[in-house]
Design a protein around this ligand. Structure first.
Ligand code: ATP
Length: 873
């Protein structure tokens, strides 16, 4: 067992180096030899199995049965067509589904966590999959443990192991050896860190001792199939709709059959018609189509720096009406530079800092020592706030490495956004200094003295208010203010709890963090489209307000509230107030949940950003939890619905846009498919009720279903973005898919398509009274071509086809042309024509048929104009 072994023994066994890690060549060799560090999920299904799943449907069985009966009755061509249609349908379904599956698979890969490892003496960020046994892995708060590790270094390291042990209280970890005891349960192996558990606090490092399926998690990996189907609300609704439609169609078919019985029609022909109608009218391809459109949309979003982790998020994005955003790094650039300081009673520009002054130099040194960032000219790693502090040191020839050697760190309490403080214990000669830096309002509460004019004096209220005044001045200029304090102690064995107490205040630094480019425009765009932007930040009230004002988020200080002030409000008060609030300052992660909940209670659809470990609950509580890709922890990413790979606010807005477009596109496809199906039902049913001969042959229905349900519907699903989408208000999430004019279009168009198909048949029958086949051919062509033309109108429910541009969706144009060509082939190629029992139309017939087919398009366009006028009134 790894935990029983000493570190040196493990190093020897795994042939690695504690200080420099593996060499990169060795890592590659091991990766090739032992494979990726991955838990192997469920086995892939074979093509045959997938194909079978496509066919495994009652309707298809009935259809196949019909084919057999047709063959027995010597209707060989009907039987052949049915079988071809079934196969084609299955293949199209298979291709669609595997495409959708692949897209989802690559998404999963994108959100695969990263690991920090030491190789060739340098710290690298690599995909967790590439970690090999022997790697030295660095752990920090918010990271997932990438594989099983024997810890070699820990600083207040706490790991939550509930995924493995069920214990949800994080357990403290140590690097020490544990005495041999075979029965030590996983939870007691304190010098080990296990794959897929998460670091909640502190730092550490360990040697990878087991990867992939050899890890403790791998041994119980059966639960990893949990990632099964993650259906969006729309998909769920569609599944219900599908079931309902199936029922309705079945009833209609039975009715039709009944009427046919009374009319003494050819029963076998009627049976075939009813089955074909059921196959054609039930949009069985819809779920796969929706998945493809969602997946294509997700791919487009990736290009715009947003990774969707949960598909339902795409739909919800279109309804978002409040975006809560962090300030630092999301609205601002997170490139900090110290510009001002306050020490020894002086508030001044940083260029005036006098390093010969003891208090000034102590301020710089304390800031440098109490930072985890590293900086060596071109390579900077760590928190930008801390990088700014290290850069401040460099300005005054105070290098972190030199300082570290002189004043080595003996202990530390890491920064967290609840305390808003960080503390280290450093050696100073034969004594030790506790150094704390952090938010001035929090730090000042634990200071009893102040360092002034070279001596430590009591921190009077007067002096405290001077400090707060200086802080106010800086924060009103939108500077982020950080304070430093220290105390001298005799021993390094000081208790953690007593470190952040009775400190001596040293001074303040103020740093600028300019707003990101384009954010102001995005906020304005949001405002116009009915989306409210709310800033939620851990930073000081004034700093937050100054930036919010600059960006157009808030205008008045009354729109700003402190996190704890908001928390103290009763539910009622909070709900009353929240509509006016635009900035929440000095917010701790737990306040965020309350903010989200209150906003949601008022019926808003809320998006919330977060990056830290403690942000997970609020990300989960929000309708759309957004995690930062660069600065975000694995925990935040895991709790999120969407990850921003550039941490940029504007990306959220882009994602909302994309979400709205995708939803609209899906709706277009669905409405198109359903209205076509209604058309088919109307044509056949009315034809039968009127006592006419069959308007269409069963195989005509199957064919029309094949050419309209596939490509045109998909082409509508990937319609180019509507540039004016942000001029609309957010979609009301409670409203149904077909509410408003969409529903009218759906039913109206269905009836219209049915009527023109009937008209084609009727007129064909009048003109060519001796040829039923001729009339059927005309109805057949009108049914398919009118649906193809009508797709153009479907692209927008308000704008005319000329406003959006007839040729702007190349796929759709391609699908229409291909559809017409295929339709033409069927009726002109003699062999096919005889199979489909169709007639070669004359030029006049074609003209007439095209004229009829274009009617839905024209009626829709006129309908839009009238509707727009009515709505304006
Ligand atoms: P946002 O939520 O908008 O990203 P933020 O990044 O300013 O806000 P926090 O990181 O929680 O929020 O920081 C809050 C406060 O904590 C800061 O105003 C600063 O005073 C202090 N602070 C930030 N980083 C550090 C750090 N590394 N060490 C000590 N104190 C820090």
């Amino acid at each position: 067992m790894w935990f029983e072994k000493g570190v040196d023994e493990i190093i020897k066994e795994l042939n690695t180096d504690k200080v420099n890690g593996l060499t990169s060549e060795e890592a590659v060799t091991r990766r090739n030899k032992y494979g990726p560090n991955r838990l192997t999920g469920k086995k892939k299904k074979s093509i045959l199995r997938l194909l079978f799943e496509q066919i495994n449907d009652v309707l298809i069985y009935i259809l196949l049965g019909a084919a057999v009966i047709s063959a027995l009755l010597n209707e060989i061509s009907d039987a052949a067509i049915i079988i071809i249609v079934v196969i084609l349908n299955a293949v199209i379904g298979l291709v669609q589904e595997s495409k959708a599956e692949k897209a989802l698979e690559s998404l999963k890969k994108l959100s695969f966590p990263k690991a920090l490892v030491k190789r060739d003496g340098k710290i690298l960020e690599i995909s967790s999959e590439d970690v090999v046994a022997g790697d030295v892995v660095i752990l920090e708060a918010g990271k997932y443990v990438p594989c099983d590790l024997r810890l070699i270094e820990t600083a207040n390291l706490k790991i939550e192991e509930s995924a493995l042990t069920g214990e949800s209280v994080p357990s403290q970890k140590y690097a020490e050896d544990i005495s041999q005891n075979e029965n030590t349960a996983l939870g007691d192996q304190k010098n080990m860190a296990f794959m897929s558990t998460m670091v909640t606090y502190g730092r550490g490092a360990g040697i990878a001792v087991a990867i992939g399926m050899d890890t403790e998690m791998g041994k119980i990996a059966k639960m990893l199939d949990e990632n099964g189907k993650n259906l969006t609300p729309l998909q769920v609704k569609l599944a219900q709709l599908g079931k309902m439609l199936g029922f309705v169609v079945l009833v209609i078919c039975i009715l039709m059959f009944g009427v046919a019985l009374i009319q003494h029609r050819d029963l076998f022909e009627m049976f075939l018609t009813a089955i074909s109608l059921a196959v054609a009218a039930i949009p069985e391809g819809l779920p796969a189509m929706v998945t493809i459109v969602l997946a294509v949309g997700v791919q487009r979003m990736i290009k715009r720096n947003a990774i969707i982790r949960k598909l339902p998020a795409i739909e919800t994005l279109g309804s978002v009406n409040i975006i809560c955003s962090d300030k630092t790094g999301t609205l601002t650039q997170n490139k900090m530079t110290v510009t001002k300081f306050y020490a020894d009673g002086i508030l001044d520009d940083v260029s005036r800092l006098d390093i010969k002054n003891d208090v000034h130099s102590s301020l710089v040194r304390d800031m440098v020592l109490c930072s985890d960032a590293t900086y060596s000219g071109d390579s900077k790693t760590g928190d930008p706030t801390e990088i700014a502090l290290i850069e401040l040191g460099v300005k005054f020839n105070m290098y972190k490495d030199d300082e570290n050697k002189l004043h080595s760190r003996k202990n530390e309490i890491p920064f967290d956004s609840d305390r808003k403080l960080m503390t280290t214990l450093n050696k100073f000669g034969d004594k030790f200094n506790v150094i704390t830096k952090g938010a001035v309002d929090n730090l000042i509460k634990i200071c009893t003295h102040i360092y002034m004019n070279g001596s430590v004096i009591p921190f009077s209220d007067d002096l405290k208010s001077k400090v707060m005044e200086a802080s106010d001045v800086m924060s009103k200029e939108a500077l982020r203010v950080l304070a430093a304090a220290f105390k001298v102690v005799d021993s390094a064995k000081i208790e953690i709890d007593s470190m952040e107490k009775d400190l001596t205040f040293v001074g303040l630094v103020g740093m600028i963090d300019p707003p990101r480019e384009n954010v102001e425009n995005s906020i304005e765009e949001c405002r116009k489209s009915g989306i409210r932007t709310v800033m939620i930040t851990g930073d000081h009230k004034n700093t937050a307000f100054a930036i919010a004002k600059k960006l157009g988020i808030a205008e008045d200080l009354s729109q700003v509230i402190l996190g704890h002030e908001f928390d103290r409000l009763s539910d009622r008060e909070a709900e009353d107030k929240i509509d006016n609030l635009r900035v929440f300052a000095r917010v701790s992660p737990e306040h965020k949940v309350n903010i989200v909940k209150t906003l949601k209670k008022k019926g808003n659809i809320v998006s919330m950003t977060g990056d830290g470990v403690n942000d997970a609950p609020s990300l989960k509580a929000a309708d759309i939890g957004v995690a930062m890709g660069i600065t975000g922890t694995d925990v935040a990413k895991d709790a999120s619905d969407m990850i921003l790979t550039d941490d940029n606010f504007s990306t959220i807005v882009e994602a909302v846009k994309e979400g709205r477009n995708i939803y609209n596109n899906i709706r277009k496809s669905i409405v198109f498919l359903l209205s076509c199906n209604i058309g088919e039902i109307v044509a056949l049913f009315i034809g039968i009720v009127l006592g006419w001969p069959s308007v269409l042959r069963p195989i005509h229905l199957l064919w029309v279903n094949l050419i309209t349900d596939s490509l045109p519907a998909l082409a509508l699903g990937v319609d180019p973005d509507d540039p004016d989408i942000m001029k609309e208000k957010p979609r009301d999430a409670k409203k149904g898919l077909f509410s408003g004019r969409i529903g009218v279009f759906l039913i109206g168009n269905g009836i219209l398509i049915g009527i023109i198909t009937l008209s084609a048949f009727y007129i064909g029958n009048l003109v060519y009274s001796n040829s039923l086949m001729h009339a059927q051919t005309m109805a057949f062509v009108v049914l398919s071509v009118s649906q193809l033309f009508y797709t153009l109108s479907m692209r927008h429910s308000e704008k005319s086809i000329f406003e959006i541009g007839v040729f702007t969706n190349k796929y759709l144009i391609g699908a229409i042309i291909l559809g017409i060509i295929l339709q033409n082939i069927v009726i002109t190629v003699p062999f096919l024509a005889s199979v489909f029992k169709v007639f070669r139309l004359t030029i006049q017939d074609w003209l007439f048929v095209l004229l009829l087919s274009i009617i839905p398009l024209i009626v829709n366009e006129i309908g839009k104009v009238i509707y727009n006028k009515l709505e304006k009134k």
